[in-house]
Design a protein around this ligand. Structure first.
Ligand SMILES: [Zn+2]
Length: 119
């Protein structure tokens, strides 16, 4: 087995699917409503642009906010959008790999600088 510094795109995809599937199971227990496999797949596809960490936070936040009814996809997406605790980098940025920071060298020293993809 070879160790890689950051997960491959495919592994991220797998992680994301696992996060969504796990949370939908938690939701099923919590809200008393089970989604069928097609619905789970559709939601996994729909949330494909977000990182596993963003999804974890959004599902948790949504569950805290929606006490009675199974949240809609829009509400889950809304929780991701509302999570503006700080500037956000593009997850697939070629410069910073989604960390939001790039290394620059000045006067022989290395500094961390905000990546230009951060909005
Ligand atoms: Zn970047």
């Amino acid at each position: 087995m070879s160790a890689t510094a950051k997960p491959l795109k495919k592994e991220l995809e797998t992680q994301r699917r696992e996060v969504v599937a796990r949370w939908l199971k938690i939701y099923a227990a919590h809200y008393g409503h089970t989604l069928d496999a097609d619905e789970v797949t559709a939601i996994q596809k729909s949330l494909g642009e977000f990182s596993p960490a963003q999804l974890e936070a959004a599902f948790l936040k949504t569950m805290e906010e929606r006490k009675e009814f199974f949240p809609t996809l829009g509400q889950i997406r809304g929780a991701i959008g509302a999570d503006t605790s700080g500037p956000r980098a593009k997850p697939d940025c070629g410069v910073c790999s989604g960390t939001g920071w790039k290394t620059v060298e000045r006067d022989g020293h290395r500094y961390a600088e905000r990546c230009s993809c951060v909005t």
